[in-house]
Every structure is written in structure tokens, then in C-alpha cells.
Design a protein around this ligand. Sequence first.
Ligand code: ARG
Length: 487
Amino acid sequence: MTSTVSPPPYYENRGFQTENFYSARPQVGANPYPQYFSTNVPSVPTYIPRVSTHQSSSPVAPSSSSSSRMCSSSRKKIIIIVSAILLVIVCAIAAFLIWYFVENRCLGSLIECRSSGVCISPSQWCDGVTDCPNEEDENRCVRLYGPNFILEVYSPVSQTWYPVCQDDWTDDFGKIACKDMGYSVDTYYFSQGVATEVTFKSFMKLNTSAGNTDLYKRLQNSDYCESGSVVSLRCIECGVPTISTTIMSRIVGGSMAMLGQWPWQVSLHVQGTHICGGSIITRDWLVTAAHCVEGQFSDPSVWSVYAGILSQNQMLSGLGYRVQQIISHPDYDTDSKDNDVALMKLETPMHFTDTVRPVCLPNPGMMFEPNQQCWISGWGAEYQGGKTASDLNYVMVPLIESSTCNSVSVYDGMVLPTMVCAGYLEGGIDSCQGDSGGPLVTNKNSVWWLVGDTSWGTGCATANRPGVYGNMTVFTDWIYKNMQAYR
Ligand code: ARG
């Protein structure tokens, strides 16, 4: 991150340039991601019975009819035995395939309809159209809405989201809902009732007479909620730094971070070198930029993740967390940086401490106002063309309205709906090379939310060229679907 106006010349920054590091770039258009599907169905081996076509070598061909009958009956026996063996093999293969598709999860990114084993694509969940034979794709649709984490359940019948009435609600139901969203039950935080807003006219209410059935079968639409409160659900304790804002404001003129101030910030290394930043969202998942994991960098085994450490020098002595899986946004575009977001799943879950904690993903229905104060952090260059910083830096950047950011004098239409601008049109303060993938956060209702991930900018801290960040609000659906699919 840079805090000084950089001297010209600046260059067009279209994402992290690998420069001398792994200089060979993949061909444009080459798919850098592992192919999970085989395009050709494995062919069933066709058995061709070896029937001898040459005559018996016996020099004297017996011509008696009884011996030829004997010969044909033994041939029949062989055919029967061979076909019996074949039948057993075919049955075994069929039984295996049936077991595989019924018992095992679906191939690739497909999601299984639990009761039937039918596989459907993630986009078919909660889309108001029933795709699973038993409708599970449409009856387990939960989300947290707005800055107060209001639990809402989707009704495919009326195609609307309803808040859940607090009456008879328990943490056990909360855990089920969190699990269905893709969270792990062991980080479950709490649920509480909050006073209903006037805008809520209809609710989902637990039917106590429904007996011990599925949560979603117990929830029924109702216009009445006795307690007058709706469920606010926290699936993970997120967005709480250990260093309070009051201590923060006492830092004079400095931008060097303190431990626990940005506990969700991680440093992503390849071969002992800091490449990009990232943000912790759960014990298993990190958010980073798709442009950080292109080409050779799409291989999970090249990465090491460092959390809760401020100094780059200290990271080299540690081992870091290994990455199990990298999921780049399927609509990421290298040239325009459209959908510049990726998920990293860790091989072993992170251990949360005072200095290692997750940030909150923005909920649908959250509004971030133009000029809203946000903070960026990272080990990026401190001036245009500089090298990676050795200590974690941070700086405040206000959000810039997209219309302003897209004006002719600024980015002239290059800022897409999947992007958000933040910084200063006068220049001087910005993120820079090496900050990519790292967090752009804001504090609202006393929690810290991930507003964006550092993506691109022309030069660094140049006037009229503010930083551009991935717009996290538009990515949360995609993030949750992947957390559900690859739990
Ligand atoms: N693409 C850069 C990286 O890979 C981040 C650039 C941010 N640039 C800016 N001017 N804000 O680290």
C-alpha cells in the first residue's frame, strides 16, 4: 500500500504482474483449472469370446456323428460358463455404478438431491424451480439478511424470503440453518430474537404440533408472530478485531498495523515469496482475487498461507497452512478483471486466536454508502514500482460511487458491476502491487464486513486512478454455494 504520490511514469496495472517470478504465462484462453469432468464417457469393454476358428489339429478327423454331438455339447457348456461369468461381471459393474451414484456425492461441482441421489447444478438451488424429485433444492433455502443477520427462509411457492419468528426457536435449529448455509457447526456463535421491523408483514413460524420432523417441514408461513421478534443468527463470530478502534486512533501518523487489528488478513506465499493477500471467512475458507491464482498459481500445492503474523521475515521460519482446493470465479475475465474473486480451501482448519479471526461476509440487503470509510491492509508495495513491504500496513480509503469512478476523467466505463472503487481522486493513498486479494473492510453495527478484495488500478496512488476492488456483495451467493458444495 502506498501513502505517497508516486512520480510518473506509471504503468497500466491490470493485476499482479508475475514479472521475473514464474515468467512463463499460460496462453490466453487456456483453461488453468483442473478438469473435473471427463468429456468422454468411459467405454464399457466389449468382450469378444475367443472362438477357435481353425480346425482341430488332429490328423484323423473322426467322422462318427456321436463324437460330433459330444463336441457340440461341450462347446455349449463352455459358452454357458463363459456367458455366466460375463453376466456376473456385468452385474457387478452395474451394482458398483448404482452404489456409486446413489451413495457417493455427485461428480464435479454438482450438488446431490439428498433423498434421491439426483445431481443438479448449484445454480438450480433456491431458484424457485423444483429440480430434485423431493424438492430439497427449494426447501432448504436460508440466508442472513441485512446488517443484523436476520434469518430468512425462501418460500418457492410465493417466491419470497420470509424472516423467521423467534417463537419456539432454539440454537439447535440455528445450527441446522448454519450448516445448510455451508458453515461448520463447531464455529456456531448464537441466535437471538430481535424486534420485528414494520416492513415484516409475514413470517415463517415453527409449527410445534408438527412433531420431530425436518426444520424446513416445520416452518410454516404465518402472518402472526407472538413474541414480536424475529431470529437473528450468527453462524460464526466474525468481524471482531482484538485491537479496538480507540487504540487504533492513537497510532500517530503511522500505517503499520498492530497484531489483532486486522486478524482476518493473510499473506499468501509461493516458494517463500509473498504474492497476494487474502481474507479469512471461516476456519476452512479464504477469499482472495482470481487474478492471484491464474496459470501455474491455480495449483493448490504451490501455496502457503500465513495468518496472525505481521512481519514477512517471521513467516519464512514458519510452515504456514497448506491449500487443498482453489476455486476461481467461473466468470472471471483476465482482461477486464470482471469477477476477480477466488476461494481457497485449507487442508487443515485454521486455529482461531486473538490474532487469527474471520471477517464477516456482507449479507444481502446491506448498503454501503458512497464516501463510507473503509480500510485496506496488506504487504503491497509502498510506492509505485516498489517491492513487497516487510510489515503489514493499513490505510483508510472512502468508497467512490461507481458513476464517478466510471466518468471519462477516471476509469471511463472500465468499472463493472462486480467492482467497487475506493480511494482518493487527488491521489496519494492507495493499495498497490502485492495488496491484491487482500481485504477492503468497513465497520457497521460494530462488526467489520468484507466489502471487497483488492483487484486493480492504473499505477498506484495516482490522481484520478483510485483502487478498484472486487464487489463482495455480488459474490456472496457464489461463495456460500461453494462452501455448501465442498464442505
Ligand atoms: N493488482 C495488484 C496486485 O496484484 C493490486 C493493485 C491495486 N492497485 C491500485 N492502484 N490500487 O497486487
